[in-house]
Ligand binder design. Sequence first.
Ligand code: ADP
Length: 263
Amino acid sequence: MTPSTNVPTTLPESLPVSALPATTAAVAARGVSKSYGRGETAVHALRDVSLEFGKERFTAIMGPSGSGKSTLMHCLAGLDSVDAGQLWIGGTAITDLPDAALTRLRRERVGFVFQAFNLVPTLTAEQNITLPVALAGGTVDTAWLRQISASLGLADRLSHRPHELSGGQQQRVAVARALLTRPDVIFGDEPTGNLDSATGAEVLSLLRCSCREMGQSIIMVTHDPVAASYADRVVLLKDGALVGELEQSTPDAILGALAKLGA
Ligand code: ADP
């Protein structure tokens, strides 16, 4: 689906030129802070986080429990608001977008793959994959649907309902659903959390392939160093702040970096 040209892309006038996002970033955050609660009991979930997520890159967000991973993902995806800072998806500043424009941008330019597969049980795999496009009144690119289904190994499963599919196949349907609109970014929230390790490895390989072969940008939150090792890059959070990153890393190296953070 072609990204809407009607979504406002204006940047706040007060933003200095040096703070403009790199046009190459799929997603960018500048100086993002978010707290829950007020006063002495306030929890600073994100503290001045600045990050760019490259196009066609698979990035994992890691850190100890409570370090702000989920909060960061929700803010980056425009599902939650921030107290300070700016966020961009595909070059569009989302922080000040009106709700309707943000909802539309999310629908057209962001894909999600959650731990729970979130498939509609009464619909076939194909109907589940095309449901978001159908709900948005769009037209399904059937050639792209066939290509995605083939590369995810779903070509002969499209008429099956979720209960007739294995967990790995259900998650592959969810991945196909996310890929169908060719979004600027797919967010994965512990996408292999409900799968055994062999099936999880299969889904992670497919996510990596969708980056390398289809040019898809992916940002995944996980606590699993093995899952994170499939990513091109791992960014590390602690106490709501960005504290490091690793490139093309192994599970052992990621585990070591987490251990240093006290995870
Ligand atoms: P992670 O995903 O790394 O475990 P979270 O982003 O869920 O971390 O949480 C970061 C911090 O913000 C934690 O201290 C958590 O308790 C707090 N937090 C998250 N969501 C809320 C909320 N809705 N209300 C209050 N505190 C929250």
